[in-house]
Design a protein around this ligand. Structure first.
Ligand SMILES: CC(C)(COP(=O)(O)OP(=O)(O)OC[C@H]1O[C@@H](n2cnc3c(N)ncnc32)[C@H](O)[C@@H]1OP(=O)(O)O)[C@@H](O)C(=O)NCCC(=O)NCCS
Length: 171
């Protein structure tokens, strides 16, 4: 297994059309169905980066800004922002497209954390992620701060150990 991998080696894109079974009673894509798609595309991206089985450890805030109506095409793009020891933060960006009308909009973005595990479910080391574009570098640089925040919120890190947050909140 390589010691490092470029971010663009695991970019994953998934495209689906919103069908009647996917919608709520207003005829828009149900939030839970979108979250499932985000989890799947993110997991595939993390698998590609690590060449391992991965499990979802956490999903950061998901806001639903614009509804995605029946018949629209949903495109989800997943990218590694940064890998740590066994965990990988993946950013999933969602676009909704009405192809006949020529309208495409960004509807959601969320950070998901996946952990690579062995056959017994124990965390296992993953390759270092190498960002190249300015956007990838930007995501990489913010990843440690987001990691500390989510671990503090999950009760897995003491606030006083969160060095990146201290710098922001002056703790
Ligand atoms: C995620 C999981 C493998 C972590 O196992 P663990 O024994 O607690 O392992 P560790 O404490 O050594 O943590 C391993 C990694 O997970 C990360 N992690 C653990 N909990 C986390 C959380 N809530 N959010 C983000 N990352 C988390 C740790 O930061 C660590 O990352 P690192 O190796 O890059 O530093 C384990 O909790 C698990 O299997 N959870 C269930 C996953 C699952 O089934 N998901 C689908 C739900 S239906």
């Amino acid at each position: 297994m390589p010691k490092s991998k470029k971010v663009n080696e695991s970019i994953t894109i998934m495209t689906e059309m919103v069908m009647p079974n996917d919608t709520n009673t207003l005829g828009n894509l149900m939030g839970g169905n979108l979250m499932r798609m985000m989890d799947v595309v993110g997991a595939i991206c993390a698998q590609k980066h690590s060449n391992r089985i991965v499990v979802t450890a956490s999903v950061d805030n998901v806001s639903f800004v614009n509804p995605i109506p029946l018949g629209n095409v949903v495109t989800l793009e997943a990218k590694i922002t940064r890998s740590f020891t066994s965990s990988m933060e993946v950013v999933v960006t969602v676009f909704s497209e009405n192809i006949p009308a020529g309208i495409r909009m960004n509807t959601n973005q969320a950070f998901l954390t996946f952990v690579a595990v062995d056959q017994s479910g124990r965390p296992i080391e993953v390759p270092v992620s190498v960002p190249e574009t300015p956007e990838e570098v930007n995501f990489y640089e913010g990843a440690l701060r987001r990691r500390q925040l989510r671990l503090v919120l999950a009760g897995r890190m003491k606030p006083e150990e969160a060095t990146e947050l201290k710098a922001i909140f002056g703790m």
